[in-house]
Design a protein around this ligand. Structure first.
Ligand SMILES: [Zn+2]
Length: 322
């Protein structure tokens, strides 16, 4: 290193690069190859206006899209051991981690936040695929456990939005241990009597599919998302057969009963709010005719129905109905 490389070159670079123009004003749709203006794409929630292909989005953008007014509170995640195996391939794992942290501004591939959806409190855990392929290591497992605990504390439903290539190989067996760990997190939410929803996005594969991602009380998928355990090429080579069209895509899984619904990203928020309303404020038609018998049961502590004047007067909740 000398004066030329350390001092002169950065100065020249700074002069040559203009800062005001973003690098990519146009983005190419990976599905139909159309060039889409970035603002048009953003306004359309990163869904291609020509072919409706759903492009990948960051965890932050996902939270802003889903929650009321795009507002949320971050749930602080404990800092786990980094690089427990001192792993190194052609690069040190610590260097890979640092690069991903610099690129995304996040400490790991998961973001946990609490907020409201249609007025319902909710805890959301979102994966960021741009952070080492959304891979699940100790930090992500810890994030899922923390999200479950936050949901239980707030008596709120838990929504997890995976986008992941699976377990993080740089953490070896410790990353595989996050599979049972995340299942326990889901079980905790279930035992607390709270709904657990999963919004499967592109791609959801490997150890993530094989654990919490397929355990949702309600499983929603974005159109065209790859959902599977092993990749199609590996399966084809193993079984020596050609796989059907659309194999491992959301629509294929819907047809085969693996997910409950496939919902366009632009209708996701509305759909989720409708589901939350149905789950949290059940109002069976016959219950509306029985206003008197329910008052005491509701007054005992099920306050959620009474907040809403629309549902308050004539509704009974599940407990009261039994
Ligand atoms: Zn397209």
């Amino acid at each position: 290193m000398n004066w030329l490389t350390n001092f002169v070159r950065p100065k020249i670079r700074a002069l040559v690069q203009s800062k005001d123009v973003p690098e990519n004003l146009w983005e190419k749709c990976p599905s139909c190859s159309a060039m889409v203006f970035h603002r048009e794409l953003e306004n359309n929630q990163r869904v291609c206006p020509h072919c409706s292909h759903h492009l990948r989005i960051s965890a932050k953008r996902r939270l802003e899209m889903l929650l009321d007014d795009g507002a949320y509170d971050r749930v602080a995640l404990p800092k786990p051991l980094s690089d427990p195996l001192k792993f190194r391939d052609n690069k040190r794992y610590t260097d890979r981690l640092r690069d991903a942290q610099n690129k995304t501004g996040e400490t790991d591939a998961i973001m946990v936040a609490s907020g409201h959806m249609g007025g319902h409190p909710i805890v959301v855990a979102v994966f960021d695929f741009s952070f080492m392929g959304g891979s699940m290591g100790i930090a992500v497992g810890q994030g899922l456990v923390t999200a479950a605990e936050a949901a239980i504390k707030a008596k709120a439903p838990l929504l997890v939005v995976p986008a992941s290539g699976g377990a993080r190989m740089q953490e070896g067996i410790l990353s595989l241990m996050q599979m049972p760990r995340s299942v326990i997190a889901v079980e905790m939410v279930r035992e607390a009597g709270l709904p657990y929803l999963v919004l499967i996005t592109d791609p959801t594969t490997g150890g993530v599919t094989a654990s919490f991602a397929m355990l949702g009380d309600i499983a929603i998928a974005e159109p065209g998302a790859i959902i599977g355990f092993a990749g199609p090429r590996v399966i084809e080579e193993t079984i020596r057969e050609t796989l059907p069209d659309g194999f491992q895509r959301s629509e294929y899984l819907l047809e085969h009963g693996m997910v409950d619904m496939v919902v366009d990203r632009r209708e996701l928020r509305g759909t989720l709010i409708r589901l939350l309303t149905l789950i949290r404020q059940p109002a069976p038609p016959e219950a509306i005719a029985l206003p008197v018998a329910t008052t005491t049961a509701r007054a005992k502590g099920k306050a959620s129905n009474t907040n809403d004047p629309k549902h308050g007067a004539g509704t009974i909740d599940r407990k009261a109905a039994e």
